[in-house]
Structures are given as structure tokens and as C-alpha cells.
Design a binder for this molecule. Structure first.
Ligand SMILES: Cc1cc2nc3c(=O)[nH]c(=O)nc-3n(C[C@H](O)[C@H](O)[C@H](O)COP(=O)(O)O)c2cc1C
Length: 173
């Protein structure tokens, strides 16, 4: 599914420390509505770059949202950058768990970190990486023409925050 990234309630970055790129439901509703609500993992593409992602689809019971949302969190450290207005292409690959209510914010944060850890492993499986590659090869009719050669040389899936940290530690293994 593809849509522009829109502003959510801003709780992801501020309250949870886990920013999400909220998708526009007018654009993705026809795909997301028939899907079971829950937490998934897959790949997200911005421009020519594909990232691993965890995705919440549903009503965020902890916050008692009134509208269904699709919220990918990309497994990459973007610093303070956001992507409002950019087009995000999302390929959901695997279901992780139902969305749940929690007794505390800490419990919600802990659960999301568990989802992230699971996704790191799951998305490294060969058939999953193929799905990431297919998303990178998808002709979105944008970006590629502006940066000839970029798609051919970029890694199939961008480094995750953990990979980035390992690089900064000087680890080249
Ligand atoms: C991987 C992942 C798992 C999530 N699991 C839950 C959940 O079980 N229950 C819940 O209420 N919200 C869950 N959320 C949604 C967060 O509450 C939501 O992303 C956060 O409130 C930020 O929303 P906002 O961008 O609209 O402010 C999850 C989000 C992610 C990315």
C-alpha cells in the first residue's frame, strides 16, 4: 500500500520514543480496512531506499483512538527528520500479534521493543528479504529517474539503527 505520510498525534516520538510515519487512510483504507487489525512487520520504501519496518494497524486501544490508523515505524535512526508529505510504499510481510491495551505506557513501550526485536530477525529471512528487494525494484514512477544509477548501487535494505550503532563503534565485521 502507498500513501503520503501525514501527521498523527505526535505521541510516537514524544511519549514513546518510537516515531511512526502515519499513512493517509483515504489513500490506503481500501487495502487496510479488510485486514485484521494488529501488529505486523514488513518493508517501507521512501524514495529509492527500503527500510525494515514494524507496523501497527488498528485503533491503538491504549490511547482509545476513534479512527483506524496504519502506522509504520521504520527500523532506522533518522535523527530529528520526519517525512510529512513524502510518499511511503509499504509491503506487509508477516503478522506479529494483536493490538492490545496495557496497564502502563512502559508496558506498551516494552511490547513495541519486543516487536522490533522480532522483526529484525524475521525480516532477515531469505524469503522476507526477497520481498524487500521486490519493493526496491518496484517502479514507483518517481525518484529513480532523478538519480540515475542510485537504485543499482544502493543496498537492498537500508541499515537498521542497530547496524548504524555497530558501524559507529568501529565494528566492520
Ligand atoms: C510496532 C507497534 C506496536 C504497537 N502496538 C500497540 C498496541 O499493542 N496497543 C496500542 O494501543 N498501540 C500500539 N501501537 C500504536 C502506538 O500507540 C502509536 O504508534 C502511538 O500512539 C503513536 O501514535 P501517533 O503517531 O498517532 O501519535 C503500536 C505501534 C507500533 C509501531
Amino acid at each position: 500500500m502507498s500513501s503520503k505520510v501525514i501527521k498523527g498525534f505526535g505521541r510516537g516520538s514524544k511519549l514513546l520514543g518510537i516515531p511512526t510515519a502515519n499513512m493517509c487512510m483515504k489513500e490506503v483504507g481500501h487495502t487496510a480496512d479488510p485486514m485484521e487489525t494488529g501488529i505486523y512487520c514488513g518493508f517501507a520504501r521512501l524514495g529509492d531506499v527500503v527500510y525494515k519496518a514494524v507496523v501497527s494497524i488498528g485503533w491503538n486501544p491504549y490511547f482509545d483512538n476513534k479512527e483506524k490508523t496504519v502506522e509504520p515505524h521504520l527500523l532506522h535512526d533518522f535523527g530529528d527528520n520526519d517525512f510529512y508529505g513524502e510518499t511511503l510504499h509499504l509491503r506487509i510481510c508477516s503478522y506479529i500479534r494483536p493490538e492490545m491495551n496495557f496497564v502502563s505506557l512502559d508496558d506498551l513501550i516494552r511490547a513495541i521493543h519486543g516487536d522490533i526485536a522480532y522483526a529484525h530477525q524475521k525480516l532477515a529471512e531469505p524469503e522476507m528479504l526477497q520481498a524487500g528487494q521486490a519493493l526496491r525494484d518496484l517502479d514507483t514512477g518517481a525518484a529513480a529517474a532523478a538519480t540515475p544509477g542510485a537504485a543499482a548501487t544502493a543496498p537492498a535494505v537500508a541499515p537498521t539503527a542497530e547496524d548504524q550503532a555497530a558501524d559507529e563503534d568501529g565494528g566492520d565485521a
